[in-house]
Design a protein around this ligand. Structure first.
Ligand SMILES: [Ca+2]
Ligand SMILES: [Ca+2]
Ligand SMILES: [Ca+2]
Length: 344
């Protein structure tokens, strides 16, 4: 199933609606801020971090419509790379806003066990290797991966090109060159990965005890029977750098000819996927929103819904029709006004 084309049509139509909100002042992001707020009646609101939306038919969907990932479903056994969660506890979020005055896209995931190697900045062995992938041009194929890079000796936030293959499902997805863009699209890389700092990276030990601060309603999730604290990892990347990386990827990734000319804003509808791997070239641990026992050729866009960095879904066709009607009416009204003024 390729749902890219109809979604792209609605997205293009909705772009006009996004313009109306584009002038809203961007919020200042607190990278280790609370995941959600408790409404006090058994429900929660996501006012800053936005959980990834899930199709209504998908198995791993919370009752309020978000994608979650079951515990202990990662393929190689490291609990620190297992996305933790339940049908009431999503663990993959995005947020848009500013940090130190720079517009960023921020991402947050929560793992089943807190990894002290990461906490002490000893990036040795096989620490959690997490990537968020985006489909920026709505054709179902992931175009770019990004996340904290602990492995290459130059620790920091980095991008990766898609590997060879379709990159449309967990089993067809792989990652290739690690890079950070400069301002010359014609050559891959050339920039320097921003080193980890409080303004772009956060890793918090999350437990039932401190859930009121970091994630109201969270209870320590189990990999087996041990109630270890979970690891809440958040990072931020300047939006401008994402677009530079997309421009470089459009040239360097010869298997993705339709990416050329694609850039994004916080209001762009993207497919957001997350996965972990023991190496910088595969998806061999946990894919967010599907378990290791499910069919790994299931397309990412069959279990993850396109949304913007504000958590807004692609508008339904009926909604779009109403909005278009309203916009058209306003346009005609605006056009008529000078004529009637002139006649007076
Ligand atoms: Ca998991
Ligand atoms: Ca794509
Ligand atoms: Ca999974």
């Amino acid at each position: 199933m390729n749902v890219g084309r109809p979604i792209r049509l609605f997205a293009a139509a909705a772009a006009g609606l996004a313009l109306a909100t584009a002038t809203t002042r961007a919020a200042v992001i607190t990278l280790d801020g609370a995941t959600r707020t408790d409404n006090g009646n058994g429900t929660y609101s996501y006012t800053t971090w936005k959980p990834i939306l899930a199709p209504s038919s998908w198995t791993y969907r919370t009752t309020d419509g978000y994608l979650y990932d079951p515990n202990a479903d990662q393929q190689t056994g490291q609990a620190d790379s297992d996305f933790a969660g339940s049908s009431t506890l999503p663990s993959f979020f995005v947020q848009t806003g500013t940090i130190n005055g720079v517009e960023v896209i921020a991402m947050r995931v929560i793992f089943n066990v807190y990894d002290t190697n990461i906490a002490t900045a000893k990036y040795t062995g096989n620490p959690v290797n997490v990537r968020v992938g985006i489909d920026a041009n709505m054709d179902g194929k992931l175009d770019l991966y990004m996340g904290p890079n602990f492995q290459s000796g130059a620790a920091g936030v980095a991008f990766q090109l898609p590997g060879t293959g379709a990159n449309t499902s967990p089993s067809t997805t792989s990652t290739s060159t690690v890079f950070y863009p400069d301002s010359t699209a014609g050559t891959l890389g050339g920039g320097t990965s921003p080193a980890f700092s409080a303004s772009n990276f956060s890793y918090v030990s999350l437990s039932t005890a401190n859930a009121a601060t970091y994630y109201p309603g969270w209870t320590t999730q189990l990999y087996g029977t041990t109630a270890d604290p979970d690891g809440m990892m958040s990072w931020a990347i300047p939006l401008a750098d994402v677009n530079k990386a997309l421009a470089e990827a459009a040239i360097a990734d010869t298997g993705n000819p339709t990416l050329a000319g694609t850039s994004i804003s916080a209001s762009s509808f993207l497919l957001w996927v997350a996965f972990t791997a023991t190496q910088n070239n595969s998806v061999n641990q946990d894919a967010y929103g599907i378990t290791k026992n499910d069919t790994q050729t299931t397309r990412w866009d069959a279990f993850t819904s396109y949304m913007d960095a504000n958590g807004r879904p692609v508008p339904e066709p009926a909604t779009y029709g109403m909005c278009l009607g309203g916009a058209l009416g306003a346009f005609l009204l605006f056009r008529r006004r000078p004529a009637s003024t002139g006649a007076a």
